[in-house]
Design a protein around this ligand. Sequence first.
Ligand code: FAD
Ligand code: FMN
Length: 767
Amino acid sequence: MKIACVGGGPAGLYFAISMKLRDPTHEIEVFERNAPGVTFGWGVVFSDLTVDNINRNDPVSAKAITEEFAHWDDIDVHVHGETITSGGHGFIGIGRKRLLEILQERARELGVVLHFEAECDPADPKWRDYDLVIASDGSNSRFRDAQPEAFGVDVDVRANKFVWLGTSKVFDAFTFAFEETEHGWIWAHAYRFAPDASTFIVECSEYTWESFGFGRMSQDESIAACEDLFAKYLDGHKLQSNASHLVGSAAWLNFKRIKCERWSSGNVILLGDAAHTAHFSIGSGTKLALEDAIKLAEVLNRPALSLEAALDEYQAERNLEVLKLQNSARNSTEWFETLERYTHFEPLQFAYSLLTRSQRISHENLRLRDREWLEGVERWFWKRATDGRSNKTAPPMFAPFRLREMEVMNRVTVSPMAMYSAVDGVPNDFHFVHLGERAIGGAGLIFTEMTCVSPEGRISPGCTGMWNDDHVAAWKRIVDFVHAQSKAKICLQLGHSGAKGSTKLGWEGNDVPLDEGNWPVMAASDVPWSPVNQVPRPMTRAEMDMVRDKFVAAVQMGIECGFDMVELHAAHGYLLAGFISPLQNKRTDEYGGSLENRLRYPLEVFAAMRAAWPKDRPMSVRISATDWAGDDGVTPEEAVLIGEAFAQQGADLIDVSAGQSWAGQQPVYGRMFQTPFSDRIRNEGKLATMAVGNIYEPDHANSILAAGRADLIALARPHLIDPFWTLRAAAQLDYRDVAVPPQYLNGLSQLARNLKREAEMAAALRV
Ligand SMILES: Cc1cc2nc3c(=O)[nH]c(=O)nc-3n(C[C@H](O)[C@H](O)[C@H](O)COP(=O)(O)OP(=O)(O)OC[C@H]3O[C@@H](n4cnc5c(N)ncnc54)[C@H](O)[C@@H]3O)c2cc1C
Ligand SMILES: Cc1cc2nc3c(=O)[nH]c(=O)nc-3n(C[C@H](O)[C@H](O)[C@H](O)COP(=O)(O)O)c2cc1C
């Protein structure tokens, strides 16, 4: 094949090498606009896995690259005048210039023709003479931007400003240096890539950048200002720029996240940064470029594969890996963009939050990297959780948590789950066993399902209720069992179904109206849940009084039953969520319109409940932190205000769920997918929160808690099939101080022994 690579960065050069290695008869030319040895940027970091990949692909260039590697293990985080050092991170770095020299030499050796100072124009007809034109022309790719529709280009210009500098100061550790200034926070990411040189990237918010006046400075002035700001880290060394082609403030960039739906069009194929970018803070752009190059060369040389099929395979085989990295990179980018959410953390927790920001590194990963450091974090967590009473080195999920006078023994909760099994709202033996079993399963806090304050407030005929003496008696039996036979606390979740009422049992059809016996439903406005559901009656003020009073009556019954805590369900599109969400609330009175108006009635209900509930016992509210409807619905930003408004009325905990506010929602689903909302509400609103949503491993729970992204962790579906989730986690983490019923003690120690033995055997096999 006759191939042109436009751009002599890592992607273009390494693709040329990888093609030639597979078939030397390919005719390959690389066109680079810069002269040899001229490049923008300094060092790049690699992972061990990338090294394995390039080693397998081309041992010759891999040897030359690895011989030049700078290695380092530690990460130093400087913040608030303290330095937090953790080890075991195993980084490898190389100068970008040196990397390109090695690749250029190897490409030449294999017969690739290199053209320098050759600016390529996508409109030039000469590209038609090539079988393939590899657009490896970087993130500002002209070849991609010449046909944006064909490639389905999606560019997201991120908020922060950064400048990529270098210095002769040699950093022994990968260094993050955070400085608080009169204009806000500014920080550096610095690492050594050669015996005498380090990369030094300075980043800050647009606001800080503007306030410093960087936009009006020449490059030299910017550099001088950064030298001043970071003088204590530079020990007299200078900062330098090699972006002389960028004039003045242009050296400061906003990172562009690039995604393309299709990576090829006609004979043009996008490779590396031209196809996708990953924020520099996770250091994976070069890795992606090299691995793209290997995969493309591999598929193009597969026998009996048409070009079209090969290109489809290339994208299919690379897409998942790229998406995963872009997701992690997005988390990392957002962490730096919302830095001020975390700057009130103590330095140790701040460093933990920084290290786990992309969600690729978890609590147990950190234990593997640096056990001693992680144990220090655990001790710190326990000390705070117990007001200094305990100095334990143990997983955060087992630390106690206090809300008013209620102390839960650990941070795991059984999330509310409707069982659709009550008759006339009365919980029965099923509920007794279901909740009782989960209480002895080790979780610190058990939630009842949404228990409805009136017959018409039920979702389905099978929902539990709290409106008469039969309910009180049945719930009291359950609460008494939980208190007598376990150390768990139990919280009554109270709600009213609103527009989502009068529907079938969950497993007969979610949110589908009954075949017969439907009852009229009411809501904030006459907006039906879906075209097949009833049109609700907009509530009159008298009905609002009546429903509020039913909530209060239910709270009083909850006191009779002995519940430890009450939660108001104001999420998932039910009655109170319907008031909060603009998707359902179309009222023109003082209960509709602005967020303040939409919150007025839910807050009134909450305040009335709070007044009836004992002062020493806590209350929470469950909210949907987003309607997954962009600005048309509740946004995560508003969710902070919603959390704050309930807290002002005496809510001790915000139970942060999301969505289920309209039938057409498209949630962005994944591991711990709702935790970012909890993080935001907790750390912007300075409120206690509970995170829920696809949290299923002890490692998830510990990572979320130690990073200060929530105070409690709720698990719903994992508890459906495993009431003993917490005890199993204790066995897995070899934590013995857990509330196991004495009858089951042998089971826990046996499981712990078996798991430990299995882990040891697996480790021995790996060696
Ligand atoms: C601040 C910062 C720090 C980074 N740190 C890391 C890191 O630590 N680790 C890591 O792996 N990655 C890092 N990256 C990302 C990394 O630099 C890129 O992902 C990687 O270089 C992508 O390789 P590429 O070959 O696709 O593109 P590039 O390296 O951008 O190469 C594109 C080449 O094409 C040339 N070119 C462009 N247009 C034309 C044209 N019309 N005609 C001729 N030539 C053209 C350019 O001159 C350039 O040489 C960082 C990026 C930034 C911005
Ligand atoms: C069967 C079932 C019933 C549920 N019922 C309720 C409920 O009554 N009240 C509530 O607030 N959430 C309810 N939820 C939502 C869960 O509490 C939880 O927020 C959701 O399932 C996400 O957590 P998970 O990924 O751990 O399952 C229910 C979920 C399930 C699976």
